[in-house]
Design a protein around this ligand. Structure first.
Ligand code: T6T
Length: 325
């Protein structure tokens, strides 16, 4: 019982991560027409529940404020197609582009150019390494989310020691890089846990599943896996289930897609760290509108996350993601 109580306490602690801002005001860059009522949203992957939930809230906020929102996304989480989409959007001259950059470096030049053309750049979820381009950034505190995942795993394991694996997505994805780092730093505080080298899955569930299967074969003492996002967690859940290891190897996922929530209920996953994509989408639009009007906006804001287990999931359903609006 100690474990379950602890996890609920972690959930409460996670909520304390809410709403921290940097206090700085972002640089609004070139001349923007304050009467421009067109916004663009470019998320990381079309039809993926985290981004669907973000987009639904963004559309609602734009409509409520009398703005048009043109939402687009690449089919896969990759910078080449996203850059192409951005190019098309820039030529349509919206007042602001609200974007989840799929690479923390590759999108810097086209976004800098957009800014120079008087388009306000608002980062949602992921961010560029160069902090001077966007006027504002909204995301979860991803490093703290990785730490929370590690703390949750340690609670689930109790006294049990052994090997632990983190699955990242693609190098250069700001969010999952920070989650992996937070997880690694926290796990290193526990000498009975051996941290295996973090592996990249290219954001493909099938690759995540293959990595977990081969890690199980090479490390029979594997006791825990952290999937740093929806796709990696879903793939890891499949591999553990195929190996008959669900519930023996503890799986902590990030995000709360309908499939991840089902997996939590049916015991394939033991905990999920859920984000608040709706808040990120709504605030992203509100900030974009303020920036277009030349009003000051906070440079960086972190939104809340929560640790969800099977025991508390029915009380936390407001954190479950949508697959359509
Ligand atoms: O975890 C989210 C998002 O925060 C991350 O940046 C990329 O992956 C997701 O969209 C989930 O697939």
């Amino acid at each position: 019982m100690r474990t379950h109580k602890g996890l609920l306490a972690l959930g409460a602690a996670a909520l304390l991560l809410a709403g921290c801002g940097s206090g700085q005001i972002g640089d609004t860059g070139g001349q923007t027409d304050p009467n421009n009522k067109n916004l663009a949203l470019i998320t990381g992957q079309r039809g993926e529940p985290f981004y669907v939930s973000l987009e639904c809230a963004a559309q609602q906020e734009a409509a409520a404020q009398g703005y048009q929102l043109n939402a687009q996304a690449p089919e896969k989480f990759e910078q080449a197609e996203q850059s192409q989409i951005l190019g098309g959007i820039v030529s349509s001259k919206p007042g602001a582009v609200i974007i989840a950059p799929t690479d923390d470096k590759a999108l810097a030049a086209p976004l800098q150019q957009a800014k120079g053309n008087g388009i306000q750049v608002v980062e949602v979820d992921t961010a560029l390494e160069d902090r001077s381009i966007a006027v504002t950034s909204l995301s979860s505190d991803n490093y703290a989310g990785g730490q929370l995942a590690a703390q949750t795993l340690v609670q689930l394991l109790g006294e049990k020691g052994g090997s632990v694996l983190a699955l990242n997505t693609k190098a250069g994805t700001s969010t999952t890089d920070e989650r992996a780092k937070g997880f690694e730093d926290e796990i290193r505080k526990h000498p009975n846990l051996k941290l295996l080298p973090t592996q990249y899955t290219e954001n493909e569930p099938a690759t995540a599943a293959q990595i977990v299967s081969s890690t199980l074969a090479a490390n029979p003492d594997l006791v825990g896996v952290f999937g740093t996002n929806l796709n990696t967690g879903e793939g890891a859940g499949t591999a553990l289930s195929n190996a008959g290891k669900s519930g023996q190897v503890q799986l902590v996922g990030f995000d709360a897609s309908p499939k991840q929530v089902d997996d939590l209920r049916n015991g394939r996953v033991q905990a999920l760290i859920a984000q608040d994509p709706a808040k990120i989408g709504k605030e992203g639009v509100a900030r974009a509108i303020s920036a277009i009007k030349g009003q000051p906006v906070e440079r960086e804001t972190k939104t809340e996350m929560i640790s969800i287990t099977r025991d508390n999931m029915d009380q936390q359903s407001q954190y479950f993601y949508k697959s359509q609006c």
